[in-house]
Design a protein around this ligand. Sequence first.
Ligand code: SF4
Length: 250
Amino acid sequence: MLKISQLFGPTVQGEGSAAGRHCLFVRLFDCNLECTYCDTAYTWAVTAEKAAKTRSGRRYDRDDPAYGLKLMGSDDVLTSLRKLWDVQSRPTIIVVSGGEPMMQQQALFPVLQQLRDWGNEVHIETAGTIPPTAAFDSVVTQYNVSPKLANSGNRLSKRYKPAVLAALHATGKAWFKFVITDDHQADLAEVDRIVADVHVPVTRVMVMPEGSDGRRNITTAQQMVDAALTRGYGLSFRTHVLLWNDDPDR
Ligand code: SF4
């Protein structure tokens, strides 16, 4: 069974190299990290201990009908997606997000295999701490890898797995996206170290301002964009924030 939080769309991919493209979202429940700024903490901050790791400190209800945990079989997921969009005859992008999708590779495989067979692209959003199996990799079109920096609040040994990042890069399907805060100089210096350590080409690196309101997103982007471009990195906005103020259903 798959641990699902939300299925929604059609919408636009908000972030990274595919930003602006038409897609559906499969948002999975549960994550192996605890980022202070997480904008989908409802997928994991369901205990007092985990809630205390987030900036808001809010504890979410695991049984919330809208955003809580739903256990769904492959056929249920495919049927639900087909109600959102005719993924069988009008293929689109299926963005598998979370939470951390790589925690559920085995359960995801039959769903993603069917979606690929119908002609859809499968884009996986991951923090890059769990490597893909060969079978899982065979049904993935693109990895959007977002390694977490010190600004995420996770300890280094938990958030930084260079061998996993190298394995994802070796698939030839990975783009790397880093969340940058107000302290952009320290953040960009950490990005530089990771990019050099893992040997990621700078043309595959994008930096993205943190923040769940549009004004702050743009301000942080303006502060860091020149320093990013000098390094050869691209800039990603959070399109869904600019359009819909981080509405969790868009
Ligand atoms: S890895 Fe992603 S989903 Fe998990 S806590 Fe961090 S931002 Fe949230």
